[in-house]
Design a protein around this ligand. Sequence first.
Ligand SMILES: Nc1ncnc2c1ncn2[C@@H]1O[C@H](COP(=O)(O)OP(=O)(O)OP(=O)(O)O)[C@@H](O)[C@H]1O
Length: 972
Amino acid sequence: MKDIETKDHQLTVALRIRPLSDSELEESATIVAHRVDDQMVVLMDPPGDHEDVLRANRSREKAYMFDVAFDYSTSQEELYRATTKGLIHGLISGYNATVFAYGPTGCGKTYTMLGTDKDPGIYVRTLNDLFHSIEETSDSMMYSVSMSYLEIYNEMIRDLLNPTSGFLDLREDSKGEIQVAGITEVSTVNAQEIMELLVKGNRQRTQEPTAANRTSSRSHALLQVCVKRQDLNQEVRFGRLFMIDLAGSERAAQTQNTGQRLKEGAHINRSLLALGNCINALSDKNAHRYVNYRDSKLTRLLKDSLGGNSRTVMIAHISPASIAFEESRNTLSYADRAKHIRTRVKKNMTSVSHHIAQYTSIITELRGEIQRLQTKINEQQRQSSNKRDIRHVQAEVLSQSRPEVQRLREQLLQGFREQMEIRKTLMDLDSAELELQVETSHHLLTIADWEQEQNQRSRKRRSEQQKERKKDTEWREKDSDQRERDSDSSESETADVSSARESLLQLMSEQKRIHRDKASFERRLAQLKVQAGRLEERLPHTVSCESQRQVLELLCKVHELELDQAELRSSSLLKDSLLRRKDQAMQRFETHQQLCDQIIQGQRLFISEHSLLVPPQLQQLYDVYTKEGDNRRLERALALDTARFTVKERSLPKISVPLQSRVQMLDQTLDQTLDLDSDQESVRTVMLERGPSKHRRHTLPPIHTGPDLDSNRVFKNSPHAHSIKNSCVVTPPPIHINGKNREPLVPDSFLSFSLLSHSVSSHLDSSPESSEAGAELMHTERKKGPQNTAGKAARRRSRALDVLSLEKPQQRCAAPPTGTALSHATSDDKLSSSTGDATTAQSDANNANDANDTKSRVKLQHQSHREQSEGCRRKRRSRSFDVTGRALPQTKATVVQRLRPLDSTSDTHLHIGAPPVLRAQRGAACRGRGVAPGNLHTGLGTDSAPLSTLKRVPPLRPQHLHISSTQRLRRN
Ligand SMILES: Nc1ncnc2c1ncn2[C@@H]1O[C@H](COP(=O)(O)OP(=O)(O)OP(=O)(O)O)[C@@H](O)[C@H]1O
């Protein structure tokens, strides 16, 4: 055994020949490998060579010299002592060492390294001796032992102490040493613990049975033991020991491996070939031959063991049997070469002096660092001493960023100011647009009124032209005068309308301009909002100071709120303006409604007092009006009652005296309202009782039917009045036209009534004084005649009041389809159903006698009217506005003429209820829906007021007339 402690170390090669295995004994294998002495081994020719002609004269027998040779008689202990035990001292002293078993499969490598429980191998013996040595010198030395155990299986490294860690990689450290990254290193000084770890690792090693070995190792196993020793002189030594159980080279024919075993064998042979190449290279006498350690992980791990700082022992294993001659021969050949490998061994030791020198250097460096840091701290302290506190530092930072912040602030403020200005401008534009709309609507109304008047006049003119053919020259002259007046009036109104049209054009262009400006400003406002949003987004990036950023964000918030407030204010103003307009419209409507009520009540009073005839359509309208009035009063009563109940029941204990008085006023109003009976007679009585001064707004000026009233006188003297006198029945039998006898025209009648009211209202002044002024004006105009071309407003007022005058001929007309004449009943007792089956033939037969009987009938009629008035007064609460009917002794033409005044009002709603037969006759006779007003006034006389002026048509719009007429035609 060579001295392994020499620095220049030569690889120690030992050879072990195992005993014949059971299979070899069964085959009576010849022993060809013999240990001659402790170092020599002879490999004899196998028996088959003698029989081979080619090998007959060429013997392959060869003697090999190794560091030590063992055979079947050598025990484990002897082998350990001869190969490994000597390494333990060197390991403790700081030398690296390697022991690896090499040889074909099944030749005893694992037996040598691991052994059995009864006869342990090198692993256990080495560790035992190591710990013994440590214990022996532990008094004067400090030891630290660590162990790791791995296998190379199919060129992959596994940690046998921690198999779950997966495959590990090889790394080369700064000193060029190969390290297994992530390998488990167990540090302990307890031998028992090391043994347990070893057993545990061996269980994890891959072993599979083959034909050559029932416990064939399919991987290379490496056990690494590191020992660190520190003596009393603070000298530290590091020693590392590799104990390697290589997998055996194998021939496929021998092992009969297939599949995974065959693949494992291939990996094993490849790595062993790399090891052999390294051995060849290292054993070559040429000193600078390249050694390829990187061919396999095995050779990389054994780099130091084969050619570096390690005392290495190679234990080659062969089988003595002749059947393993070739494997034994190759193994002997490699082992023989390996013994020429030389390594350079050195102690892994660090002395205290060296450490001290290192520490001194480190301390010096650290001191320099400390000095540098101290200088820096002093400099900072000196700088900070100039600043009193952190606020100065903050102020400095703020001052550095102030220009940027100021610029950003100015941009934000400028944007918000501009937004505010644009918002104000938009508000002004909205206001101007509203004013323009109001003005435009006024002009449109003016034009519409004029157009309707024109339409009315044109219709009248056509009717008059038809009448002209039948009238005498006197009427022709009067008509020509009337035409002149009409033309004059048209010309004067044309100037107003043209002015309105021009104003409309200007207003429309102005509205367009406002729209353009608004769109432009709104676009600009949107752009400014976007810009402000971007600036706000830039705040966190631009302003580093938190307080500054918060101030700017608050600034933005305040301005945004101001803008929102301005927008809301603008919206609120617009809505207020619209509400004001609606309120005004509602107020006008209510005023108009009151005026209508007054007119209707006055009419009914007038009819009642004078016992005038009422056409059924008008009577139906009256009925609808009465019902509607009842509903209105009921709603008002309920509302007032609710208000009274609410005030009394809930707030009375707390309400003040003025509120209580207000409640009383409400009660009085309610009582007055309820007191207003829908009955015409009651209305008249109430008005009479309370006097005209108390309810001037609800009563018309007194309309006298006596000869002092021009209009009445004119009407009585008119030719039409004469015709009516001639045609009317003096005292027709009364007929009740309610219930079943009524035509189901309530919706249309109501619609017509509404439209009529609406049309009247559009020509009325909304002021409460309009009723009085209108009545006076009507009175005046009737006196002055149409020549009095008063102002436009006066004419409008007079138009509404002219409705009253238009009603007179209507009331004198009777137009039931059956030719029933209508008149007020003198009393309920006297009223009876008329002979509704009176035929037109009878009327025609009696027509000839009508002229003679006219005077007496008129007298009777007036008498009956007076009696009826007295009866109606007595019957206050009853609905005495009953209508009697009787067969009219008149012709169809007469009936038609009586209906024409209604048509002449140009209000189709008044004549649309005419029966189809009459309408057909009318269409044939006068080619129009309206009859010339002259028909009504043919008996007016030369000094009578022209009806075209007196009967100014309520300004119903033509489309309304058409629609209503169409609907009524469809119904009929
Ligand atoms: N010197 C010996 N004395 C007694 N038995 C031995 C000896 N050497 C090997 N054997 C026996 O031979 C058989 C094979 O040995 P081992 O498993 O150690 O071979 P190996 O070289 O490790 O094979 P592989 O390379 O396939 O793992 C084992 O049963 C073992 O007990």
